[in-house]
Design a binder for this molecule. Structure first.
Ligand SMILES: [Ca+2]
Length: 294
């Protein structure tokens, strides 16, 4: 018996050769710009980097900080600092703070991160991280607690970016209980400090304030939807406010505390009675004094 040679079945196994290196989403060594608050608690998330390997049989990508350079343009300082000033989770690519940045104020870090999954299979990215003072940032004041705000943050950021005509990006840094002018916390409100970015560049505070002022009418629906009371400077240094304005500012903030803390009518009545007794006592003292002098 001869086999029919007109037809033959050939089984071909297509092997996807693992020949591509992992690649960062924002790659070609283009730097991505971020910010970190000077007083951010240790292990605050700065960003999450992601590199993708298109090969089917690729091994998981590992992330590693290769080098950190600190620069302070004002003084021309440029120094290579320790690689553990920031930390990166080698499997998830989440970058976190690993110190406080008081001594790095007025400057920025350039962090070189490598993603690799085999020898010679790597990609690098440079991340610029500006060290920011609270006084250089704006904040949203939400009339909600931090947990509620935290949950809505991704959705809010997307809606916020969509509300402006120009392409802006917002780095929102935290969701903390709102601190009142007396330093106490308002547990019903949340403040979230943020930075405005345009074309991957940091927008300065004054320009950011103007952007919000000019878009006030476009933002009203958004403020209402997310219970935003106002947008203000992240940390107001009362000493920096000119004298007459300082008293108006303090009065406003105290009035706010008074209203938000819902002091009840009995307390108000007691305060009024107390003030009345004090005034009457003063008048009586003056009258007695006059009578005595005669
Ligand atoms: Ca590969």
């Amino acid at each position: 018996m001869f086999q029919n040679l007109d037809e033959i079945q050939v089984k071909i196994n297509v092997i996807d050769v693992d020949d591509n290196a992992p690649k960062f989403a924002q790659s070609n060594n283009v730097s991505t710009t971020l910010g970190v608050k000077v007083n951010a608690p240790i292990y605050t998330e700065v960003t999450k980097l992601e590199a993708v390997d298109v090969d089917a049989d690729a091994l998981p990508v590992n992330y590693h900080i290769e080098k950190i350079v600190y620069q302070r343009p004002r003084t021309g300082l440029r120094e290579i600092v320790d690689n553990n000033v920031f930390i990166i989770d080698q499997l998830t690519g989440v970058m976190q703070t690993n110190t406080t940045y008081g001594r790095y104020a007025d400057g920025y870090f350039e962090v070189t991160v490598k993603a690799s999954n085999a020898p010679q299979m790597k990609d690098t990215i440079k991340v610029q991280i500006f060290v920011l003072q609270d006084t250089e940032l704006l904040r949203f004041v939400f009339n909600r607690d931090p947990t509620t705000v935290q949950k809505k943050l991704p959705e809010f950021t997307r809606d916020l970016e969509g509300a402006f005509a120009q392409p802006l990006r917002f780095n929102i840094y935290d969701t903390e209980f709102y601190s009142k002018v007396d330093g106490s916390l308002d547990f019903g409100r949340t403040s979230s400090c943020f930075q405005v970015m345009s074309d991957d560049q940091v927008v300065d505070l004054k320009t950011s304030e103007n952007i919000f002022a000019e878009s006030q009418s476009d933002l009203e629906d958004l403020y209402q939807q997310y219970d935003i009371v106002r947008v203000e400077v992240c940390s107001i240094n009362v000493a920096d406010i000119p004298s007459p304005l300082k008293w108006i500012f303090l009065f406003q903030r105290c009035a706010e505390i008074f209203v938000t803390d819902k002091i009840d009518w009995i307390e108000i009545s007691l305060l009024v009675i107390g003030a009345l007794i004090g005034t009457l006592a003063l008048i009586a003292a003056c009258v007695l004094c006059c009578l005595y002098n005669r």
